[in-house]
Each structure stands twice: as C-alpha cells, then as structure tokens.
Design a protein around this ligand. Structure first.
Ligand code: NAD
Ligand code: GLY
Length: 364
C-alpha cells in the first residue's frame, strides 16, 4: 500500500492507495483513530459492487453505521439530495464526532464532502473514490460542492477530508469511457508538473488501458503526489492551484454547450489541453511543437477526442467569455512551455482562440 501525505497543518491527511483495501476500511479507520458513528453515502451502481466489502469491514471492526443511497448521476449532486442526508443525520442524532464515508465517484465525493462541511458546522469525512477521476483529482484537495440549476459547483467550500482510501481494484469494474476520462487528468498532471511522470504514462499505455492494479497504484500515487504538492502550496486557489485548470477553459465551454451530456469531463479536458497547447505554440510560449503531436497521439491511445468537428466556434467563445464578462474578469489561460512546465496568462486574444478552434474543426 502506498501512502501520500497532504501537508496542510491541522488539516493534513493521508491518501492510502492499494488493491483491495476497501475490505480493510474498518481496521484502517480504527488505526487512524477516526472512530465515531458512521454514515456511508453511495449510489446503487457503486453499492452493487463495493458496499458489502465496506460494510463487512465496518461490522468486523465493531462500527455502528447507516447507509444512504443517492441516485446515480451528476443531476443528483444538488441541495435536495444534501437535505435528505441532513434529515437522516438529524433524525438519527448524529453528533459532531460523526464520520461520513463517501463511497463512489466525484459526484458522491463532492456531495458527501459538502454535507460534511456544513452539518453541525463541520464533521469528519473519508473519501473512498471508485473512479479514476475521483482517485487522481476529485478526492484530493478539499473542493466540495453541489450544483445549482444555473451552474455546476456554484454552492460549495474548501473542506479537506480526514483520510482518502483509494482502492485501485475498483477501477476494474469502471466503464471504459469513465476510465479514459480519468486518464485525461493523469496526462494533465504530467504535462503541468512532471516530465518523468508524463513519459512513464507514455510507456505504460496498454497496462493503463487494462486498469492493471499494479500500474494504477503507481498512477494514482503519482497524480496524488503532484496534486498534493500544488494544493499544499495554494490550498484555496489564489495562484498556483489554477494550473490544475489546464485544458479546462475550452473543456468547460464544451461541457456547457452540450449541457454536460456531450462529453465526459476528462474527454472535454483532453481536447481543451490540445487547444491550449496550440495557442501556446502560436504565442511562442511553447518552444517545441512536438509536445502537441505527442499529446494528440496519447489522447488518441485512450480514445479521447482530439478535434471539435461540428461544434460551433461562436457557442464555445460565448461559453468561455460570458461569465468572465459578467464578472468584469479576464480569462486566465494555462499554457504549456514544455512538458512539465506551464504558465498562467491572461494575454490571449479572442481572435487567436477562434483561429485555433477553427484549426481543430470548429464550425461557424
Ligand atoms: P461520477 O461520480 O458520476 O461516476 C461516473 C460513473 O461511474 C457513475 O455512473 C458511477 O456510478 C460509476 N462508478 C463509479 N465507480 C465505479 C466503479 N468502480 N465501477 C463501476 N461504475 C462506477 O463521475 P466522476 O467522473 O467520478 O466525477 C465527476 C464529478 O466530480 C463532477 O461532479 C465534478 O464536478 C466532480 N469533480 C470534483 C473535483 C474536485 O476537486 N472536488 C475535481 C474534478 C471533478
Ligand atoms: N480540480 C481542480 C482542483 O482541485 O483545483
């Protein structure tokens, strides 16, 4: 089992990574002295595979617990579902020593974290992420939120978990598109921070595609290590943490214009990373165009989109700039200089963005 420590003073915590470790959850919680009355939050899809090993281990370790089931889907990451969890906590007299466990992907993690941050002004919670995206990104760094009808993640906070237990064995049951969506964030981590990690990914494509637990342990540990170092330096995203948004400017616009149904998050980020690299090349921020070719090839290896054929350039531009104009803000672009190094720049003209979108197949 690997352990990555996130050093945030009194909010520090560990990320434990291994194959089959869900079965040890009860024991691990005792070892980490996180005892308390437990509420497990999950969804029916994940529960079918992983609820029993988790609850068996809680029973074996002598925990009192209840389980709350949230329907599966992004649309349920909302205040209504949060309220149902609050109601259950209140009617069962969960106190400030309670422990919430999020068993699932980023939707369950964000929702459970939001409830933990707000119930009785904050109770402890553990993340047990079961998607690659949640293991390498959503479960680390303490961004918790629910969606509002007007937009994603509009209601939330920074609230760190007490522990993250990442069982890479769970990735074997993940649908391929979900696995690949997580891989896009893994590629991002290499590109923004660590060339060796990026080259390691390039050398292990087949094993990653198979979600081989040995390789995935290294991948999840590698990404968590990179993300943790960034979060330690800038927990609340006042500067450096923004580099984690590489690929997200255009990626988020693509998700918005397709109503969050056209692209998996990572797929949108993949093509967003390619677009941002092309912008960087035009601005001579990127020194060697082979990075773009390598990125396109790597995304292709995981069936991630590398073009935006048929998508309207106007709609993408509106989605990128609308919110910022409303807030009188500028769009901050994350641009690669080389593999492992990016800069943050607000100096990207709208006309250059249009040009690159056209090059990638965007339509009028
Ligand atoms: P998700 O939670 O919707 O999970 C994707 C699908 O996989 C779901 O249908 C789920 O039931 C299923 N699933 C989960 N684990 C499985 C397993 N092991 N086997 C089979 N099926 C499984 O999606 P996600 O991609 O994990 O997370 C997306 C969410 O995360 C979004 O709401 C996004 O806003 C949030 N997010 C948060 C952060 C953060 O820093 N807090 C970062 C990135 C994304
Ligand atoms: N997912 C980006 C961040 O955690 O900052």
């Amino acid at each position: 089992m690997e352990e990555i420590r996130v050093d945030l003073g009194e909010r520090s915590y560990s990320i434990l990574i291994g194959d089959g470790i869900i079965e040890d959850t009860g024991e691990i919680i005792r070892e980490w002295e996180l005892d308390g009355k437990v509420l497990v939050v999950t969804n029916p899809t994940v529960a079918e595979w992983y609820l029993k090993p988790l609850t068996d281990s809680l029973i074996a370790a002598g925990f009192t617990f209840k389980v709350v089931m949230v329907p599966d889907g992004e649309v349920y990451k909302n205040l209504e579902e949060a309220e149902k969890i609050y109601n259950l906590l209140i009617s069962n007299q969960y106190d400030r020593k309670s422990l919430l466990i999020a068993l699932g992907g980023g939707v369950i993690g964000d929702l459970t974290g939001f409830v933990a941050a707000t119930y009785l002004r904050g109770v402890r919670f553990i993340q047990i992420p079961t998607t690659l995206l949640a293991q390498v990104d959503a479960s680390v760094g303490g961004k918790v939120a629910v969606n509002h009808p007007r937009g994603k993640n509009l209601i939330g906070s920074f609230y760190q978990p007490s522990l993250v237990i990442s069982d890479v064995g769970t990735l074997l049951t993940l649908p391929e598109t979900e696995l690949h969506s997580g891989v896009a964030e893994v590629i991002k981590h290499g590109l923004i921070m660590d060339e060796n990690y990026f080259q390691f990914i390039c050398g292990e494509i087949q094993l990653i595609r198979e979600a081989n637990p040995g390789i995935m342990t290294w991948i999840v540990a590698g990404s968590c290590n990179i993300k943790s170092r960034i979060v330690e330096a800038d927990e609340k995203e006042s500067s450096l943490r923004a580099i984690l948004n590489y690929g997200h400017t255009i990626g988020h616009a693509l998700e918005t214009i397709t109503d969050y149904t056209g692209f998996k998050h990572g797929a949108a980020v993949a093509v967003g990373m390619i677009a941002a690299a092309k912008i960087a090349w035009q601005l001579e921020v990127l020194k060697d165009a082979s990075l773009i070719d390598q990125l396109i090839e790597l995304c292709g290896d995981f069936n991630l989109p590398v073009r935006i054929d048929g998508f309207s350039i106007e709609s993408i531009i509106e989605a990128i700039y609308y919110d910022k104009k409303m807030a009188h803000g500028k769009v901050n672009w994350i641009l690669p200089c080389e593999i492992g190094k990016v800069i943050i720049s607000a100096e990207v003209s709208e006309s250059l963005v249009r040009e690159v979108l056209k090059e990638l197949g965007g339509s009028k």
